[in-house]
Design a protein around this ligand. Structure first.
Ligand SMILES: Cc1cc2nc3c(=O)[nH]c(=O)nc-3n(C[C@H](O)[C@H](O)[C@H](O)COP(=O)(O)OP(=O)(O)OC[C@H]3O[C@@H](n4cnc5c(N)ncnc54)[C@H](O)[C@@H]3O)c2cc1C
Length: 408
């Protein structure tokens, strides 16, 4: 593989850089966004997304008619590489643009795509993912939220949990159990819904970081028209798998301090009376992180090459998520240690660099759980990439309502 830009790619890279250098702030040049409340951060993110959209830089790989740019996968990579040098708002649109958008593109009607995708690309409307339940996370197909069809209207009852951003979302993608007498993976049906529908109640969950970014969501006799079903009745598992594969690609790149940041920190902070970079054990860790950083870069190129051949994201996307989540946690922990007393938890308005390590420290554990825990990803890699024997599935082939449980 030749990693140098072709003349067209170099031209595109220059175009990206010319635009970003006028419209965005390079990393390390401002101290402001870590101090914003969620409400203000949302306003800033929406206005940035609208600017991207108006200038043709939103959802690069989506078709133009749905608000994208018809970019090639490589152009998308170039944008990501250049944008990573700038301090850009993030965190509000990933679920919509990274998961709901691709699923709507595959399963929604043309009319629905034209109605919902452009406002999603523009950042006007935010989407959330209503999958996990108190008894169904890793074992998502064990979910119990009920959907019952009457005429052309479905009635939904049940509870979801850990729903990121439900409190500011306009729409959600939802998996339900439509047939409890079918086998676990076969009685599921997938929908999208308006989060303002009567009967939807969102209750925030307070987190260790002080924020309340995810929620419990209760459904009491919520009505969803049948034309908001994505995929066939009973085919919800297939649609959910597409979403999860896109989720692993979307969250694969854990944001936070990475090799360059921790290297710079080690070059300027003391450890045991001398610069940390001079300590053999620190150099050892840095070498490991550099290998992971480089390995991820080339694994991502491999994923992008597969995408450019028209393949859908496969189980190998799990590798990126598992390595980047663990790397972030180790780097953030070590950064807090190296900063010593200066790394002690304090309001994140104090200093941009400390805020970055602190937020990485609090957030990394969640990244290792969200969108598939480390153990589940290892199972996927061992079974679907390496072809090792399958995990024990005691409920295989049994109708869902006959699976023994303490909580029916
Ligand atoms: C920050 C964050 C944001 C999230 N956002 C969303 C969201 O927006 N929407 C949504 O639907 N969900 C969301 N989730 C939920 C997330 O998808 C689940 O937490 C995750 O799938 C794990 O499920 P669980 O919490 O029920 O843990 P469990 O599935 O109960 O797992 C508990 C432990 O058992 C291990 N385990 C389970 N099964 C196996 C097995 N077969 N082999 C080996 N080990 C196993 C797990 O690895 C884990 O360590 C979010 C979670 C986090 C942390």
């Amino acid at each position: 593989m030749d990693f140098n830009d072709s003349p067209e790619e170099a031209k595109f890279r220059k175009e990206v850089n010319d635009w970003l250098s006028i419209n965005a702030t390079p990393k390390g040049k401002s101290k402001d966004s870590a101090t914003l409340s969620e409400e203000d951060a949302l306003k800033v993110a929406k206005s940035w997304q609208t600017k991207l959209y108006d200038n043709g830089w939103a959802c690069l790989h989506w078709p133009k008619e749905y608000g994208g740019r018809d970019s090639t996968p490589i152009e998308r990579v170039i944008w990501g590489q250049e944008a990573s040098n700038y301090k850009l708002p993030a965190g509000f649109f990933e679920i919509g643009q990274g998961m709901a958008g691709p699923v709507l593109m595959m399963y929604a009607s043309e009319e629905q795509k034209k109605k919902y995708l452009p406002p999603m690309a523009k950042g006007e409307e935010i989407w959330c993912q209503l999958f996990s339940e108190p008894g169904a996370g890793s074992d998502l197909a064990g979910l119990k939220t009920k959907s019952v069809l009457d005429g052309d209207m479905w009635t939904i009852n049940g509870q979801k949990i850990w729903t990121s951003g439900a409190h500011y979302s306009d729409y959600g993608i939802l998996v339900t159990r439509s047939d409890p007498t079918a086998q676990k993976h076969k009685g599921l049906t997938y929908f999208f819904l308006d989060m303002k529908s009567p009967g939807v109640e969102v209750r925030p969950i307070k987190q260790i970081s002080g924020g309340a970014n995810f929620n419990e969501v209760y459904f009491t006799d919520v009505k969803i028209p049948d034309d908001q079903r994505l995929g066939g009745v009973g085919d919800g598992w297939k649609v959910a798998l597409t979403t999860l594969m896109n989720e692993r690609l979307a969250v694969g790149d854990a944001s936070g301090p990475d090799f360059n940041e921790i290297f710079n920190l080690a070059c300027k902070n003391d450890l045991n009376g001398d610069l940390a970079i001079k300590d053999g054990s620190v150099r050892d860790k840095l070498a490991d992180w550099y290998c992971q950083y480089s390995g991820l870069k080339y694994t991502k190129y491999r994923n992008i090459s597969a995408l450019s051949r028209g393949e859908t994201p496969g189980p190998q996307a799990s590798i990126t998520k598992i390595v980047s989540g663990n790397k972030l946690q180790e780097i953030a922990n070590f950064g807090m240690d190296v900063m010593d007393a200066a790394g002690i938890v304090r309001p994140d308005s104090f200093e941009e660099e400390q805020a970055m390590y602190q937020m990485g420290f609090f957030g990394a554990a969640g990244i290792r759980i969200a969108g598939g825990t480390d153990e589940i990803l290892r199972n996927i890699i061992s079974e679907q990439v390496l072809g090792l024997p399958q995990d024990m599935r005691a409920d295989k082939g049994i109708p869902f309502n006959k699976i023994p449980t303490s909580n029916k």
